[in-house]
Design a protein around this ligand. Structure first.
Ligand code: ADP
Ligand code: ZN
Ligand code: ZN
Length: 739
């Protein structure tokens, strides 16, 4: 056999971020026979080039050696990910049955995915040359500007950045230029200093008994892996517990990763952290620029920053010296990515903690049922903070039965009376309604025609202020018309309740009061949410009205009355997760009330005052509710007592998804089912969305292992299924909704 020209060149297996379940082989560049695993490389792919990740060197390629293409360029001299982090991503790729190239790519900021060099922004620094160090400044007497500038460098080994020079002297550039030409000054590129706390550092609070107990427990285990569920009622001082532990980890010279569900919560926590810790803090979330995220990622990777505060994708940021992972508001479903690589940042945080052998803390006032189940199974340690810290008192709940009661746009008479009383005491009122817009339905008074979205199975929502009808699923909108297009004569009425409608009635009832509405419509402009929050905290707002945005972590110390206007919508869902979500929502919204000295009242308006869920929740608290809910799940063999994977599929007609799922069923006939229950195929709860028809197949197994063994056989086949060509499909492991 003739020697192939490439015989001496090493072959590397590369992962590329494309939706294909395979890796690709490439030849090493001439003269290279080692590339570390995880290094980024540039490779020819199709007609273009792509960034890939080195997975392994291979002895034999399945590709004929003559057809192998060489790697164009090696982008990293050493892997940016540690071996442990690489392992985490490989684990995630296996567990979520998602292509390794896509998973690896998700761990990097966009800049690095595109192949940018992994270096932090640098700044030019000016300093004295050897010649400059010997010069007597008097020799510059005839060029006074040069002399002045030269003298700024006279301290030993002094260097000044452009920014520093500008602060010292205006118009310094020409003089520096001459000094450089004379060989007195040289330049050097240096990494910019990190953004450290600049305010006076505030001392720790004196922990109360429960906090001390939690801190002591957690401090004992800082050197090893464990998962702790820190269940603390809102305002119980969980953040203080985090901060005292973080201090210990920082004292050990280690870094801390803190994950939050929401971008809007990062500034609050960031400012508390900056007041407490004299270390550089990096921030990472999707609203930052590409450069900002690039910097934050590398700061942690290189150890320049000690704390990373971020949303779910920050989980993958490499840490030079990891010491602790905190997942705040662990129950929040925002930790689950709902598109592309569908991973749970909370669950992966635990896997990461285990690989790195460091503790993981999950904090919340309303633990997820999965986490409580893990506590019951003794996989997690439970620490509880049952009392509010400081002087705050817990709110009291009241159920208002609104059956057969007169409502003014959703407000009952007793509620209006309470609002009046609260405002008279100069205290704030918070009203919660989880639906934005004016009303969810526009209906004809004479022929019952309803304005529907032509692309989705849903009615259009009235947005009165903007004078449009809008679809909340696909964004389609049309101008509000006064007359029915069907019967041409009927008057069109608004049916149902949205925040805009409640705002209108509040303005009519309380014309003197300042009312702020917080929902996605009213906070679109950048900074408007921050503005509103600032006004509320300064006491300039009397009534706060909003959607679930209000349920998340914000503190409104002067609010003493909270009302949830429509509890019932959460009691009727077909999704088994709904009751858990509703209970969490009620407790979270209630937690906004009475955080200062003033006790709070929480009103629940409902047509089902005797609903057993409400009864347990209000009488015995969230933990009892969760115990009841877990028992129900166990009876029904639902997660966390079983494990699910949801195969979703859609196409622009209703047939193809069903043909695809039939083919999948056929494949399932050929693999061992290992006790897997196959539910479906069925139409998705909302079949038509944005013009596409959605169907799904749910797989459920009492054992995680059995489910994944089945998926490992099934999923690779879907990529090559001919019925897959006409549809889009995705797999959701441990789905948090069945929509
Ligand atoms: P959580 O994170 O549990 O909602 P926070 O940590 O935000 O609670 O604490 C709620 C409030 O109580 C904050 O204003 C905080 O400063 C205060 N606080 C927390 N711990 C203490 C303490 N040990 N002594 C006094 N005030 C405290
Ligand atoms: Zn009509
Ligand atoms: Zn639509």
């Amino acid at each position: 056999m003739a020697d192939s020209p490439h015989k001496q060149l090493a072959v590397f297996r590369i992962a590329i971020a494309i939706p294909l379940n395979r890796l690709f082989d490439y030849l090493a560049p001439e003269g290279v026979n080692q590339i570390a695993r995880g290094c980024r490389v540039l490779v020819p792919f199709g007609k273009s080039e792509k960034v890939g990740f080195v997975i392994a060197q291979v002895n034999h390629s399945t590709v004929q050696s003559g057809r192998l293409k060489p790697i164009t360029e090696i982008l990293d001299s050493a892997a940016l990910l540690s071996a442990k982090d690489f392992q985490l991503l490989q684990w995630a790729s296996d567990y979520y049955h998602y292509p390794l190239g896509e998973v690896l790519s998700a761990a990097f900021p966009v800049s690095l995915r595109k192949g940018k060099p992994a270096i932090l922004a640098q700044e030019k620094h000016y300093l004295l040359s050897a010649k400059g160090q010997c010069l007597n400044p008097q020799q510059l007497i005839r060029t006074p500007k040069q002399k002045i500038i030269f003298e700024h460098f006279l301290a030993p080994s002094k260097s000044l950045s452009s920014t520093a020079l500008t602060a010292l002297e205006k118009n310094w550039r020409p003089a520096i230029k001459t000094l450089m030409e004379k060989g007195l000054i040289i330049t050097e590129l240096r990494t910019k200093p990190r953004n450290r706390a600049n305010t006076a550092i505030e001392p720790q609070l004196i922990a109360n008994a429960q906090q001390s107990e939690a801190i002591a427990q957690l401090s004992q285990g800082l050197d090893r892996f464990s998962v702790t569920l820190l269940e603390g009622v809102t305002g119980s001082g969980k953040t203080e517990v985090y901060m005292q532990l973080i201090q210990k980890v920082l004292n050990n010279g280690q870094q801390v990763l803190v994950l939050l569900p929401e971008i809007t919560l990062t500034p609050q926590l960031e400012s508390r952290f900056r007041k407490r810790f004299d270390v550089a803090i990096a921030i990472s979330h999707s609203k930052l620029t590409e450069t900002q995220r690039h910097e934050a990622w590398l700061e942690m990777q290189q150890g320049h920053s000690a704390i990373l505060l971020g949303t779910r994708s920050a989980l993958f940021t490499p840490l030079q010296n990891p010491g602790l992972i905190i997942v705040d508001e662990e129950h929040d479903t925002s930790f689950k990515q709902q598109e592309g690589f569908r991973f749970s940042a909370r669950d992966l945080a635990i896997v990461r903690g285990k690989l790195l052998n460091i503790p993981v803390i999950l904090g919340t006032a309303t633990p997820s049922l999965e986490s409580l189940h893990n506590v019951n199974k003794q996989r997690f340690q439970l620490l509880q903070l049952s009392q509010r810290a400081g002087v705050a008192i817990e709110p009291e709940f009241f159920v208002f039965d609104i059956r057969n009661k007169k409502l003014q746009d959703g407000l009952s008479e007793p509620l209006i009376a309470l609002i009046k009383k609260t405002l008279a005491k100069k205290e704030q009122v918070l009203l919660f309604l989880n639906r934005r817009g004016y009303a969810p339905v526009q209906i004809c008074h004479s022929c019952a025609w309803i304005a529907r979205c032509h692309q989705c199975d849903t009615s259009l929502v009235i947005h009165y202020k903007e004078q449009v009808l809008r679809c909340h699923h696909c964004g389609y909108q049309q101008i509000l018309i006064p007359q029915c297009p069907a019967c041409k004569t009927g008057e069109l009425n608004a049916l149902g309740l949205g925040t805009e409608r409640v705002e209108k009635v509040l303005r009519a009832l309380f014309p003197q009061q300042k009312i702020v509405r917080l929902d996605r419509d009213s906070t679109q402009r950048k900074g408007s949410l921050e503005n509103h929050l600032e006004q509320i905290n300064q006491g300039k707002v009397d009534i706060i009205l909003g959607t679930q945005m209000l349920a998340k972590g914000h503190h409104f110390p002067n609010v003493t009355l909270v009302a949830i206007l429509d509890v019932d919508s959460g009691l009727f869902s077909i999704d088994f997760h709904a009751t858990e979500k509703l209970a969490q929502l009620i407790i979270q919204v209630a937690g906004r009330a009475g955080r200062a000295e003033k006790p709070g009242r929480v009103i629940l308006q409902t047509r089902q005052p005797d609903h057993p869920l409400l009864a347990v929740l209000l009488k015995e608290g969230y933990h009892s509710f969760a115990t009841t809910a877990l028992a129900e799940r166990q009876q029904a063999h639902l997660p966390p007592f079983s494990f699910q994977a949801l195969l979703r599929v859609y196409a622009n007609n209703p047939d193809e998804p069903q043909i695809f799922l039939k083919a999948v069923q056929q494949l399932l006939g050929d693999v061992p089912l290992t006790n897997t229950l196959i539910l479906g195929p069925v139409a998705a709860p909302m079949v038509k969305r944005a013009g596409y028809y959605h169907f799904q197949l749910l797989l459920q197994n009492p054992q995680r292992k059995g489910l994944h063994a089945l998926l490992a056989l099934l999923i690779p086949q879907l990529y090559t299924l001919k019925e897959a060509k006409k549809v889009r499909w995705s797999l959701d492991i441990d789905p948090v909704d069945l929509y």
